[in-house]
Design a protein around this ligand. Structure first.
Ligand code: 13P
Length: 260
């Protein structure tokens, strides 16, 4: 089956509201009516909470999805600094990135928390974009598949049967490739993506494995994305640095539009 490609920018802790508006003006100027684009390729942006409103307004009616970069799994309460799934839905968001390696590394996010976030998002009808990926040392020790399997399965253990029925996306982001300019080769990425699809098959069955998008992230850019997107198990990308400039990111969207 052909899966609709999913190209998501991760803006991390970058951009003011004025810069976000400027981005979308130029992005739309380059790509034309975004509705025609999103009919063929899913386009999303993970943005800071201060930009939820500006990004939703600037992309209204276009089919572009705005995502959070993190969410809390509790419905509400005394959790200073956190946002609930209900708040994301209220802000018009489509879902959230969860388990990004920067959150695992700097904010002690673990697989259990990622699983609870996945569960909370899915139950709220929002899209979880679940990030997994090994460090350089883990890859060098030949542990990539074990690490990714553990991250996926230890998170999945906290997703209820009801929540499992809802769509999710997996983003394979090797930590050594993030922000380093070192991209996994298409073959390295394809091997891990294939393994991840196998995990989805094991836990969700063949049909879900066929329909679930698995994205690659880590120094993906306008020059290397076409080759990565050619691989049968690479269904799109989660893009940091190269998603900040409309000139670069629109090229990547164009590559996804023609990728088979
Ligand atoms: P870069 O594309 O800047 O390497 O970042 C990848 C990433 O972390 C996306 O979530």
């Amino acid at each position: 089956m052909t899966r609709k490609k999913f190209l998501a920018g991760n803006w991390k802790m970058q951009k003011t509201r004025a810069e976000a508006s400027e981005f979308f003006q130029l992005f739309t100027k380059i790509l034309g009516d975004l509705k025609n684009v999103t009919r063929v390729v899913d386009v999303a942006f993970g943005v800071p909470a201060t930009l939820f409103d500006a990004c939703s307004t600037n992309t209204a009616g276009s089919g572009v999805k705005i995502l959070a970069q993190n969410v809390h799994f509790e419905k509400q309460g005394a959790f200073t600094g956190e946002l609930s799934t209900g708040m994301l839905a209220d802000a018009g968001l489509a879902g959230s990135i969860i388990g990004h390696s920067e959150r695992r590394q700097y904010f002690a996010e673990n697989d259990e928390a990622v699983g609870k976030k996945w569960n909370a998002l899915a139950l709220r009808g929002l899209l979880p974009v679940v990030c997994v990926g090994e460090t350089k040392a883990e890859r060098e020790q030949g542990k990539t598949n074990d690490v990714v399997t553990k991250q996926f399965e230890a998170s999945f253990a906290h997703v209820s049967v009801e929540a499992r029925a809802n769509e999710f996306i997996v983003a394979y982001e090797p930590v050594w490739a993030i922000g380093t300019g070192l991209t996994a080769t298409p073959e390295q990425a394809e091997d891990v993506h294939k393994m991840i699809r196998g995990l989805i098959d094991k836990h969700f069955g063949k049909e879900r494995a066929e329909s679930t998008r698995v994205l690659y992230g880590g120094s993906m850019n306008a020059l290397n994305c076409a080759e990565l997107l050619q691989k049968p198990n690479i269904d799109g990308g989660l893009i940091g640095g190269a998603s900040l400039k409309p000139e670069d990111f629109s090229k990547m969207v164009q590559a996804a539009l023609v990728a088979k």
